[in-house]
Structure formats: C-alpha cells, structure tokens
Design a protein around this ligand. Sequence first.
Ligand code: ADP
Length: 634
Amino acid sequence: MFNKILIANRGEIACRIIKTARLMGIETVAVYSDADRHALHVQMADEAIHIGSSPSSESYLVIKKIIQAAIKTGAEAIHPGYGFLSENAEFCRQCAANSLVFIGPPVEAILAMGSKSAAKTIMADAGVPLVPGYHDDDQNPDIIKQAANKMGYPVLLKAAAGGGGKGMRAVHCEADFDEALDAAKREAMNGFNDDIMLVEKYLLKPRHVEIQVFCDSHKNAVYLFERDCSVQRRHQKVIEEAPAPNMTDALRKQMGAAALKAAKAINYEGAGTVEFLLDTKGEFFFMEMNTRLQVEHPVTEMISGQDLVEWQLRVAAGEPLPCSQDQLKINGHAFEARIYAEDPDHDFLPATGVLKCLQAPAENAHVRVDTGVVEGDEVSIYYDPMIAKLVVWDTDRDRALQRLTCALSEYRISGLTTNIGFLYNLAISQSFQHGDVDTRYIEEHEQEIFRQRDSDINYAAPLAAAAIVKLREQKAINTANSSSESNSPWHLSNSWGLPQPNIRLQIQQAVVESVVDSDINLEGINIAKTDAGFDLFTPQGFFHCAELQPDLGIDNEDSHGGNLNAPMNGTLVTLLVDVGAKVSKGDTLLVMEAMKMEHTIIAPSDGVVTEFYFQAGDLVDGGTELLVFEATSE
Ligand code: ADP
C-alpha cells in the first residue's frame, strides 16, 4: 500500500479522500489555489502545496504543477477525485511518465470512454444495448439530419466530448433541426473545444439508472448495484438514491451484467459508473461510462457498507477487490441531496457569498454530511458552488426519505441563497415519496416544488403569522447577529394569551396580511432565521417568510413625520428624493429590495426628508431607521 498520496482536487471530495487515507494510515498531500489558501482540505491534509492562482485553469487543471507537487513531496500516487483532471488521458500519461500511480483506470479506458460516440461503437460491438441513434464519424450536417429524420422526432443532439449537461439540445421537429445543430455545435466548441455531435432518440420519460462497477488488475470485476439519479435539473443530478425505487432483482442482475460487459470490453480497472436510461417498459440503454469516482458514490457506500475510496486505493496499489459479487448485499436505502449555493427561483443561477452561518444536521449512523467548507468560508465564482452532500440512510425507502426531509429542515445556512427549500419541497412531493420519478420530474412538478400558488400562500400565511408572534415572544426575531441560538430549530409550543393584531407578511413572492390565530397548530413545523426573515419548513412545503412593518408607507395614513424603518432585511436600491426637497404625501422616497421583491418607502404626509442614513447598495437590517422625515405642519 502507498505511504503517501497527493489529492489533485479541492472541496468535499478532497476532504472525503483524506478521511479514508487517514483511516488506512496513508499520508496525504493537498494542493491549493490562492482562493483555497485556508480551505478545509488544506487544513485536513498532512501537507499542502500551493499550485497557482484561483482560476482552475491556472491551478487545479495545470498538469505540470500537480506532477511537480507530487514529486516534491514524495507522493507515490495521485487521486484525481471527480471533475478537473479525473478523466484527462494526458494527466494519466504524465503520471505514468513520472512513475506516479494514477488512482483510476488505465489510460486506454479513459480514451475509449472519453468520446460518447466512440464509446457507443465499442459498446455496440460488446453487445451492450444502446439508445438508438447516430454516432458515426461522418459529421456532414445533412447526413446527421437524415439520421434524425429516420429515427423520428424528438431527438437529442449531444456533444461527443460533452459533460455536465452541456452541448445537449432536444429537437422536436425537422424544421428546428439546423438551428439546433448549429447552436449545440457552438456550445460544444466553447465548452470542450470539440464539436463532434451524435444524435439519440430523445426518450420522453426515462429514468437515469447507473451501475457502480469495480474491477482490479487480477481480472476480478463486480458491480455494487445501482443508483437512481433521475431527479435532475438541466440534465444535472439533484437527488440520488440507492437502490433504485421499484427495481426488481431480475432487472438489477441484467443491468449489472451489462455494465460489467461494458467494463470488460475496455479492460477496465478501478471505480467506474455505467449510465443507462431505463424506460417505462423496463428496457435499458447504455448512455455513457464515467471513468472515475462519482459525486453520488456515498449512496452506494451507505447501502453496501463498503468504502469506495478504500477500494480505489487498494486496486491502484495492485491488491485484489476486497469482496466478491456474492459477498455484496444491499442493506436498506440511501439518499443524497446536493446542497448548492444557487437560486432555484432564478433558473438555478449559481450564488456566491460568505457562509455567515453554516450548521449542518448532526452526523450519526443515519446522517452523513460530506463537505469541504466551514462557517465563514466563501463560495467563490471560481469553482462549482456545491456546499455539501447530505446523505441519509435507513432500513427502507420511506424511513430514509423521512430522514432526508428532517435533515434538510435542520440545515441552517445564511449569507447566500441555497437550494435547501427547493430540495425539501422536492423530497416531500407526493410522486417522489412514491418513488415515481423520471428525468422530467422537476419540470412536471414545478408548481408543487416552487410553492407559489395562492392555496400554498394561504396555507402558509397563518402559520407564518403565528410563528412571528411566537418568535417575538422568544425575542428571537430580528436578532441582528446569527448566533447559534437564534439559528437553532424551534419547535414552538401552541398557546399564548392576548389577541394579536393582523400581521403583514411576505411569503415567497407574495405580500399578504394574516390574522394571528391562537389555536393554530405549529407542531411539526421547523423555523430557521435567515438574513431576510425566516424560513418555514411545514409538512406541506417550505416557504421563505418575512414580517413587513405594518406602520409604514401607504398603509399608514395617520403617521406624520418621524423616522421610517426598513420593512425587512434587504438592500437599498435607490433614493428617489433629494435631502431638503419638498415631497407630497404618497411620494416614493426610496426603493429597497428584499427576497427578490421591491419594497417602496412612501412619504406618510407632505414634508421633507432631512437625512438619509444609507446609500444605494447598502445592506440594511429589518426595522432599521432609514431616514428622517419632517412633516410640513398644516
Ligand atoms: P453529461 O455527460 O453531459 O452528463 P449524459 O449523456 O450523461 O450527459 O446525459 C445527462 C442526462 O441527460 C441524462 O441523465 C438524461 O436525463 C438526459 N439524457 C441523455 N440522453 C438522453 C436521451 N437519449 N433521451 C432522454 N434523455 C436523455
């Protein structure tokens, strides 16, 4: 076994690999860019080498620097993680040329699977079922179009060199074909510097089911069952699970055998994943093979009880596989949810910022959190904005799903937008609960997942109003700092004494006024304070909520002067009047933005603004005085 390995990666996967290496008594070397100087993986490793500036093209993707770091530190092998150089044949070659072991498959296997077209040819020859399509070398656009016409629409154009859902386009009729081909080629050229395209029959409601395979240098090969990764956005995985819901033993065996056939066809070694599309009739088709450890490998670890990084290290060191096929058994059910800094309400736009508060649910036999960041770290523009992978396990799917929703509702992140609420809504959605998933799941359940309907808002409003009164009583709301106490989950009790006035609220993107019903049941509801207000995790869904000040703006007919306060935490967008200038009652004095909505502060009467305390662009806390207003006496 190796004494020392270098990890050519960052973030959660670098940390994940270090953990196993440490358990095996192997020393670790981290590499890092400027932006990652203080990153968790650097702190966890025994040694760390700086390899360049923040853009990955100047650090994590520079083969020479990584090889040099390995030589300098005396590392014997390099683990590439996923992404970056993990499927780069040249990197694999350079490792060999410098007598370093590449912890991954032989270079020939990477090359064979590097092109989706070439891979399909190899798989067809090996008798692995393929998605019907055209994957020929002839790239004449007319020939490609003829092939598409022949297979019938819809078809899917794919970049042979593609990955991460890029360079892919569905075409629904012949008339759209030329334009789509041009666009897909441009995207592929930009993304992968290669515009070779293939065409596949676009399956309408397939599931993405992939098989984890493992092979060693002694011709042993096993599959560690399947993962269902059907729940996707823009062709990228969101929640993965193992085993696949409703999978039969017979189909599992067939798919496992096909995956092993694929691996053997290219003399595979190490960890690999064979991805299939599975249709409603139980027919499955090879899509591609990923020649590395996958992001979602933890669900396989949870149900198989195996440590796949340990397997990788053993195989790379020339040892045989730790288990035979007969020794591998599925135990229980696992889910993984990818916690991302991104904005699901704006087409999943990546978000950046400092993790002002980061509290993950407690880890135990049922909950595992793989992460590479700690509170106070920044999610920067340079790398993938994944914050963590939340992995849960239990004895069956229902129980595991219950663990997932519970753990999601306990996650506390502030400082940037995350997809936690979206994941929660997805996890509690009816069809997902029933395991009725396919790759169009998110699109087809948009309403249920995004919770913008009037009925949802009407359901949440009284809960939010009651929560506000409770939180007020607990003096927890509007606490300026995000101390651990104010972010801890509250299970609120149910009764209070005095009748309360109505509360003005923003829920998701709606502004509503709600009565405070003293009989409402808040049990089973989890509340998390956020920068802008609070998040409500209810049995019927997740809602962003914030209290709006009732005594401001147009709502306040009687106010004559005094100070005007921010309705909630947010950003000042513009000041609309000059200090000292006369304004009339109802004039807009300034505009704020909070929770993606604009809020105006309006002159309560005729008068003048004598001072603004903030400027456009400033962040202000809810309740903060924004300006001084003097009413004109009548
Ligand atoms: P990438 O390498 O960019 O991730 P894949 O070939 O793995 O691309 O496909 C990603 C996803 O796109 C799949 O998981 C599936 O949801 C969808 N997809 C790919 N091929 C097809 C197809 N022929 N029909 C329907 N959906 C497909």
